[in-house]
Design a protein around this ligand. Structure first.
Ligand code: OXD
Ligand code: MN
Length: 595
């Protein structure tokens, strides 16, 4: 499919090491994909689901020891440890290459090596970056065909260039003890071994589009962020775009596809999804920041997805989808997961994510081992099948960003929404992002995990340098987006969520966009600009009064001062690359709180 010597030599080298029986090039055609699906069904790697209810949908189960990303075994292999920083695992490139060589050698004997040429971003666009993934897993091939743009046109666009990301994935023995997800940013190389789980093996996603891309972005003057992208369409047809970063399990996919509350729908408001996980951001010729979603599909968490939480995601999964580690309803040959509906398949008709008969009557919410679907079970679905996919999804130049929103899961500290004073302060707000786990049963507040810009596991270099890159970018954007922070998860004293969330989050997004247009005032507080309670529209909300909103917007000095101490500890952990500017912002926050 190509005469590119760089590509051919590298594949020869990898094949000489892994020793596959056959090499198959993936051309992006439906005929080839169909043949691979049939082959995977014949070996049990995939189960073909009810084609009338779920056309072109399949079920896959991973090994039971291989169900999630493994941050502890994810490495950034820069020449020095300092470049990778304290937050990443690091190993010297030579040492890691030597270790991996042993694991890869002969690992594809008796297997087929698939060559997947893929693009992150629309092929030929300014944003696009190309990759080639070599893998011995049909599951990976079929997922990559959904999550990225795959085919011969990628090789044509690459031409004779050596400018592509090399990715080698081998399932080997799915041995946890020898599982490695490794990145060599200086070599444009990703190597993953002993896993078959999506986040570890779909190398275009976290490995390339975040870790390697963040490294490239710093070098080349752009940004790769763990952000959804959505468009709000106003009744007059005008559109504004927001990107938002939340730690995993804070509802990014739900926000990206939200359905406006009735009062807004009636007026003609619409929300369009551009992306649910990753944004690549560049400064446009017009001086604004522009965003594209480099992916082509959604790798979403299944449990909790239902007709109320995210009808658009559910609709997206109704065709052309690969489900991983959900319940198999063998009577209807369909799938089920916790939180889908109240009708789980009955004992005798249900196989759990491990492949064992499942008895839903024994399900106990507090005991994860009784789940039918793994809590991290997934759907891999095509973006183009999403009912609210933005017409700009395939745009070559992306969409202009009005607002960047950071968020976390905080029981008390963070108000429903606040605006940073400027880009520099906004970067600081991103650097202190955090989520709390609540031990609901005991009513106790759990641990705070700092997750700067939701990028803690995804920055391909030193976290302190990454923050400096944010500060530098602010100086390069003549007309930068405004930066906000939201918290949908404030609770009352009994631990109940106060804000309804889901579609009603649009009410907050509209305040944010009004601020971007200088159309609404705000109150200046120690942490930033907070809305006046009456400016958050609560029309049509039964359980939310003006007092509730006041409560949601309150800033509690005590808990913020406690947070400042926690931030100091975290900054110390990030180490001596933390920009002095961030320490200045932290000191300024503390001073405003104690004034
Ligand atoms: C994801 C994650 O899968 O952030 O998107 O873990
Ligand atoms: Mn993610």
């Amino acid at each position: 499919m190509t005469n590119n010597k760089h590509v051919l030599n590298w594949i020869d080298e990898m094949a000489a090491m892994t020793k596959p029986d056959r090499i198959v090039w993936i051309d992006g055609t439906n005929e080839q994909a169909e043949a691979l699906r049939a082959e995977a069904c014949s070996t049990g790697e995939l189960i073909k689901l009810n084609q009338e209810v779920l056309p072109n949908c399949y079920l896959h189960r991973t090994a039971v020891n291989d169900v999630a990303r493994v941050e502890g075994r994810t490495y950034i292999c820069t020449p020095t440890k300092e470049e990778a920083g304290n937050i990443n695992n690091w190993m010297a490139p030579d040492e890691m290459y030597a270790k991996l060589k042993k694991l890869y050698t002969g690992s594809m004997k008796g297997r087929t090596m698939y060559v997947i040429p893929y693009s992150m971003g629309v092929v030929g666009s300014d944003f696009a970056k190309y990759g080639i993934e070599l893998t011995d897993s049909i599951y990976v091939v079929l997922n990559m065909l959904i999550m990225t743009r795959v085919g011969k046109n990628v090789l044509d666009a690459l031409g004779d260039s050596a400018d592509y990301i090399k990715g080698l994935h081998a399932r080997a023995d799915i041995d946890e003890e020898n599982r490695y997800i490794t990145h060599f940013p200086q070599d444009n190389t990703i190597m993953s071994v002993n896993s078959g789980y999506g986040g570890n093996v779909l190398l275009g996603k976290k490995c390339f589009a975040l870790r390697i891309a963040s490294y490239l972005g710093r070098k080349e003057g752009w940004m790769a962020e763990h952000m959804l992208i959505l468009g709000v369409k106003y009744p007059n047809g005008e559109k504004k775009y927001i990107t938002a970063a939340f730690p995993s399990a804070c509802g990014k996919t739900n926000l990206a596809m939200l359905i406006p509350p009735e009062v807004y729908k009636k007026q003609g408001y619409e929300v369009e999804c551009v992306g649910d996980d990753i944004a690549w951001l560049r400064v446009g010729e017009d001086g604004r920041l522009w965003a594209v979603n480099p992916e082509n599909g959604f790798f979403g968490v299944a449990p909790g997805t239902n007709n109320k939480s995210n009808p658009n995601a559910l609709a997206t999964t109704m065709r052309d989808t690969i489900f991983t580690n959900v319940v198999h309803d063998t009577k209807n040959n369909t799938v089920w997961w916790e939180g889908l509906n109240d009708n789980p398949p009955m004992p005798g008709n249900a196989i759990d994510w491990k492949g064992n008969p499942w008895d839903c009557t024994k399900y106990d919410k507090k005991d994860k081992s009784t789940c039918g679907a793994h809590p991290n079970s997934r759907f891999t679905a095509l973006a183009e099948n999403c009912p609210c996919i933005s017409p700009e999804f395939n745009s070559l130049k992306g969409v202009p960003v009005s607002a960047i929103v950071f968020g976390g899961r905080r029981a008390k500290t963070a108000p429903l929404v606040y605006q940073s004073f400027d880009w520099q302060h906004g970067s600081f707000v991103g650097s202190i992002m955090a989520s709390e786990t609540t031990a609901a049963a005991a009513g106790a507040v759990g641990v705070v995990r700092r997750d700067p810009m939701a990028m803690r596991p995804f920055v391909g270099y030193n976290m302190g340098d990454y923050w400096q890159h944010w500060l530098n970018m602010g100086k390069k954007i003549p007309n930068p987006p405004k930066i906000f922070h939201v918290n949908w998860f404030r609770t009352d004293d009994e631990g109940h969520f106060i804000w309804p969330g889901f579609g009603d989050n649009l009410r907050v997004l509209l305040w944010i966009l009004a601020r971007c247009d200088d159309k609404v005032d705000a109150v200046k507080t120690a942490i930033g600009y907070v809305p006046m309670a009456e400016d958050i529209n609560i029309e049509g909300l039964d359980d939310v009064t003006l007092d509730t909103v006041k409560d949601l917007l309150s800033v509690d000095t005590e808990s913020w001062l406690a947070d400042v101490e926690n931030i100091k500890e975290f900054y110390a952990q990030v180490g001596d690359h933390v920009p002095a500017t961030m320490y200045d912002e932290l000191a300024a926050l503390e001073a405003r709180l104690t004034k």
